[in-house]
Unconditional design. Sequence first.
Length: 567
Amino acid sequence: MTEPDAPAPTAASDFLRDLVRRDVEHGTFGGRVQTRFPPEPNGYLHVGHAKAISVDFGIAAEFGGRCSLRFDDTNPDAEEQQFVDGILEDLGWLGFTPPQPVLYASDYFEQLYAWAEHLVSEGLAYVDDQDSDSISAQRGGYGKPGAESPFRDRSPQQNLDLLRRMRAGEFADGSRVLRARIDMQHENMQLRDPVMYRIRRGRHHRTGERWCIYPTYDWAHGQSDAIEGVTHSLCTLEFDSHRALYDWFLEHLPLPFDKPRQTEFARLELTHTVMSKRRLAALVADGTVDGWDDPRLPTLRGMRRRGYPAAAIRDFCSYIGVARTNSRHEIELLESFIRTELNRTALRRMAVLRPVRLVLENWPTDAAGEPVVEWVEVVNNPENPADGTRLVPFAGELFIEQEDFAEVPPPKFFRLAPGREVRLRGAFFVTATDVVKDSAGAVVEVRATYDPATRGGTAPDGRKVKSTMHWVSAAHAVTATVALYNRLFTAAVPGEATGDPTDDLDPASRELLTGCKVEPALAETRSGDVVQFERLGYFAHDPRQPMLFHRTVGLRDEWANIQKRQK
């Protein structure tokens, strides 16, 4: 890898694109390229899905093909319309617009059932009366042979009758299943007579109560691909062992198109993060986080609320590319893309998170004895001159950060201290003269003088100062709440030591600061906008709560530091 603060996305080839390119050149699938993104609507999308989306939609676009959005909605117990709506919203925010109509596996329930009857009639599927625990036990394990079901040799006529009665609702939930009749001794566990249908009464978000048997993911997935005419079924590596079953089903069915080809690639994993939808749902359910859009989560909703730009996520996914083996990327690499994008696009503003009052003793007053208000010109974004400048009010009482003043400064402390002169951003040089303390001895006010000749932050005699500090005029300050974040998990690989990621949760992963003082322009920030708080980092205005800002990412280039240490 290179060592930029802003790694640029690359368009380098990878094994998936090489595969598709060869197929196109050789006329496989008639030269067509059709992919699909098939989320299950049982939760919201996370950044791992963003990589899959980039691969599925990206490859289709690069080869003049089509990528559909298909919801694999085969489990009525876990799926909800809110997740369908949320996934559509997240996909649009990420910058991908699927062709219409949006597709659903539930659209194919009749065809899937008809094909199930076909397999039963061919002696390739049977109804099993055993419960799930018995079936699981009989499957054996790796290196341990399986045992055939006592119901495996029913005649096709018996199985067809039972299957139709299952569909008609004659049997209780869990009392029977339909299984493919393959090989109980196969070394691939997926081929040991997998379950195709379960009896499961429940209201489906689209089909209502029309069905009481539902296809398993493995039975529905490949067949849905075939119905739609998918050519390249691109999956993450956990489906590698499922490919033989994917192919077996398709080989034994009268398909309307050529058989799709499943190919697997490495999923996206990040340090200090869990990507399991089940674990994310558990964090939401037990109240560890505030919801699926908690800014500490790797969900696209959480990242959007935290201020991650969609463009930066897309660039990150492009940069890491497509690999054949799983690996874990440092979250600092993703943050470097976030920082780079925001450095280019985010307006600069001044905010004081832990304020202490700074009083300029020689500041002038008007005829009525009120402090004069100066308006100083400050650049909105030095990276983009087109963003222009703004005027910020400056008067005799200001707020500065508590950590920017030290009564007894430690070594290499260059900010404000008694007798020391510093620059206030865009305004004047000031020199601390005295302090006011509360009854506990804490500094609550710093007294200082300013040099009127240094207006704009430059001394006419050419003298230099070692520190430039941000500030907010006390009389014009707006009060805000700011959320600061650490990693949700302290360990780089959550759960690696104990097997339980929750053992590595950081109870102090969020710090909420109230009473922060910010410049007036921040009151006009639109919800969802991200700005740079000068010297502090990038912060996103919460889309639901006015004057709540989430820290998006800091200013320090942690990724570059990691690379230096690795070298």
